[in-house]
Write a protein that binds this ligand. Sequence first.
Ligand code: NAP
Length: 172
Amino acid sequence: MEKLLTTGKAKAIGVSNFSKAELETLLKEGSIVPAAHQLECHPWLQQKEFTQWCQIKGIHIQQYSPFGNQNEIYDSRKNMGKLMDNPVLVEIGKKHNKTGAQVALAWGISQGHSVLPKSKTPSRIRENLEGDFKLDAEDLKEIEKIDKKLRFNDPSKSFGYEFYTDLEGKKS
Ligand SMILES: NC(=O)c1ccc[n+]([C@@H]2O[C@H](COP(=O)([O-])OP(=O)(O)OC[C@H]3O[C@@H](n4cnc5c(N)ncnc54)[C@H](OP(=O)(O)O)[C@@H]3O)[C@@H](O)[C@H]2O)c1
């Protein structure tokens, strides 16, 4: 991938689903700092320390599954309710005339991250675009308290490779 940059075929290269140790190896042995790291991140899996460490290294964070367990293939812990219905997010939303889903997106943006919501529903796509608004310091303090260190996406078994070994939310 580093060679691709010199050909001009790619303007930037990044990584996804790396552990901290894997990123450290890449930074030590590679010649390019990845432009971005795409990872699962949302108010129930905030990973402050790791994402701030990436940012200090110059790696931009892109949050996939910004709505946590909304993705229908994440069927573990089915009965726990949805992140976007979390009362803290919903209440903060009411204050700003926004939905819990929009608050989840605004939280990611407030951390300096990009958020990658997926929807095939036109009204939700519009709603998600309006999730780019400013939360105040009190909102952020409340959202910090709902972190459950809950990871919904772990394809280790199907890939035959252990992901996220040193990251929050890794189930042993
Ligand atoms: N790098 C990786 O390993 C990795 C892993 C997972 C995902 N991703 C990428 O990240 C992106 C998003 O991830 P994701 O699909 O897991 O998570 P997501 O965007 O958090 O959740 C998607 C689910 O939320 C629903 N939804 C979207 N907006 C909504 C809203 N405003 N209100 C209610 N429901 C809403 C969608 O339903 P409808 O579509 O039916 O509207 C869909 O069921 C995708 O582009 C995906 O390719 C990358």
